[in-house]
Design a protein around this ligand. Structure first.
Ligand SMILES: [Fe+2]
Ligand SMILES: [Fe+2]
Length: 138
């Protein structure tokens, strides 16, 4: 159950990989809390954490992009904003309907699925661009 971080998802920048792993852990915690029908607090707390953690993570990547004049900065940043909007949508649904199967379904689709494909397609591209630059600067 849930989503698994594997080496295949490594973007080659340790700080970024570690934050991705934490996001995977939290998404799994959220799915788990819903499955077990845990109290409102747990699900609400994990969603709040995920929201602020995702913002922090995106800021880190965006800072890297700006510092190193990444040519695909705009498109990448737009995708981040999409995820933040997805989290807001899950939180809104959660507030209206409480924890349950529907939250599991949309969490899988708009959080877990999104993150997985964003890392594979978009963050990996950024990692490839950054790696030689970061090695040079030590
Ligand atoms: Fe990203
Ligand atoms: Fe990322």
């Amino acid at each position: 159950m849930g989503i698994q971080w594997t080496e295949a998802l490594s973007v080659g920048v340790r700080e970024i990989d570690e934050q991705h792993q934490e996001m995977f852990r939290r998404i799994n915690q959220l799915l788990d809390a819903c499955h077990k029908g845990k109290g409102h607090e747990t699900v609400g707390e994990v969603l709040a954490f995920l929201d602020s953690y995702a913002r922090r993570h995106f800021q880190l990547e965006e800072r890297y992009m700006q510092q190193h004049n990444y040519p695909e900065y705009e498109q990448h940043r737009q995708q981040h904003n999409e995820f933040i909007a997805n989290v807001a949508e899950v939180r809104r649904r959660y507030q209206q309907e409480g924890p349950g199967v529907h939250i599991v379904v949309i969490t899988n689709r708009v959080l877990a699925g999104w993150l997985n494909s964003h890392i594979r397609k978009v963050d990996k591209g950024l990692g490839k661009y950054l790696q030689p630059l970061l090695e040079k600067s030590g």
